[in-house]
Design a protein around this ligand. Structure first.
Ligand SMILES: NC(=O)c1ccc[n+]([C@@H]2O[C@H](COP(=O)([O-])OP(=O)(O)OC[C@H]3O[C@@H](n4cnc5c(N)ncnc54)[C@H](O)[C@@H]3O)[C@@H](O)[C@H]2O)c1
Length: 276
């Protein structure tokens, strides 16, 4: 997509972290914004920030794991701005999760938000973006969508699914010569509050976890590591530039792709699972 000015961008999970960074990058290019989030206080703060800068903005409470709320988001966006040109399926949660010992309700929560959220986004918004005659649909996966490390079981499954969803979408769009492009963002560590937010949002958070103290400690370590990560506003700029350049893969830490390359090499050479 070449022209951003006066076009309409919808960003889920847009009230914080990477989503807020994307919204800032789009606003800086003259776009109108629809910010969707579960967190009312953060949403109000984000809307106030953009209104203060003179950006046309709609803030919409939305849980992306619920199809009817994603549909309502699309309806409100269209009522307010008449069209949608860009969707970033970015809302997500991430806590360390054992693939072997995780409770089924936690599997369901993570897959509902991190995978079904983007599936609903494509289902509801892609026809609208195509009807606008130009645009782009993006989703936020992770390096965990390219290589499955330890103790991130449910997150790995969801994020691999997001990569597959967007690659399948882009191939179909190209095959039918659609003016719309798709892409996937696979960030490495970014300085956001995702670990803290995810602990707060987890349904049944007062109950002990089946995968126990090890996962709880790991969540604290991950949050500390993220504080050394990339600035989310820089990620937003990267995404806007990649959309303009019609790139499919958007990587914040491309050298980390080496782990995925090593696994592909082993797949060809001796079919072993590499260490991660
Ligand atoms: N921070 C990182 O290092 C990192 C790395 C790789 C991938 N990611 C991915 O980036 C995306 C954004 O995460 P972030 O790091 O900016 O975290 P963040 O917690 O700062 O932002 C996520 C936003 O999503 C919202 N949200 C959570 N569940 C929601 C739901 N069901 N419906 C609507 N909104 C919801 C939260 O309220 C929050 O505002 C996620 O998909 C995450 O998996 C983050």
């Amino acid at each position: 997509m070449q022209t951003f000015n006066e076009r309409v961008a919808v960003v889920t999970g847009g009230a914080s972290g990477i989503g807020l960074g994307m919204a800032r990058a789009f606003a800086g290019r003259g776009m109108k914004l629809v910010i969707a989030d579960l967190d009312r206080a953060a949403l109000d703060a984000a809307v106030a920030e953009f209104e203060g800068k003179g950006t046309a903005v709609l803030g919409q409470l939305c849980d992306v794991s619920k199809l009817e709320e994603v549909q309502a988001l699309a309806d409100r966006a269209t009522e307010k701005f008449g069209a949608v040109h860009v969707l970033c399926n970015n809302a997500g949660v991430g806590i360390p999760t054992s693939a072997c010992n995780l409770k089924l309700e936690d599997w369901k929560w993570i897959l509902d938000v991190d995978l079904w959220g983007p599936i609903y986004g494509v289902k509801v918004f892609l026809p609208l973006i195509e009807a606008a005659g130009e645009g782009h649909i993006n989703a936020t996966s992770s390096m965990a969508g390219l290589i499955a490390g330890q103790m991130m079981g449910a997150y790995n499954v969801a994020k691999h699914g997001v990569v597959a969803l967007m690659a399948s979408t882009e191939r179909e769009l190209r095959a039918r010569k659609s003016p719309v492009r798709a892409s996937v963002l696979c960030p490495g560590p970014i300085n956001t509050n995702i670990s803290r937010h995810s602990v707060e949002f987890r349904p049944g958070r007062s109950k002990p976890r089946a995968d126990g103290e090890k996962a709880g400690k790991l969540a604290g370590n991950i949050q500390a590591a993220l504080e050394q990560g990339m600035d989310p506003d820089a990620v937003g700029e990267l995404v806007a530039d990649a959309i303009a350049a019609e790139k499919f893969w958007i990587l914040t830490h491309p050298r980390w792709a080496k782990a995925a390359q090593n696994q592909l090499d082993a797949l060809r050479d001796d079919q072993t699972l590499t260490k991660v």
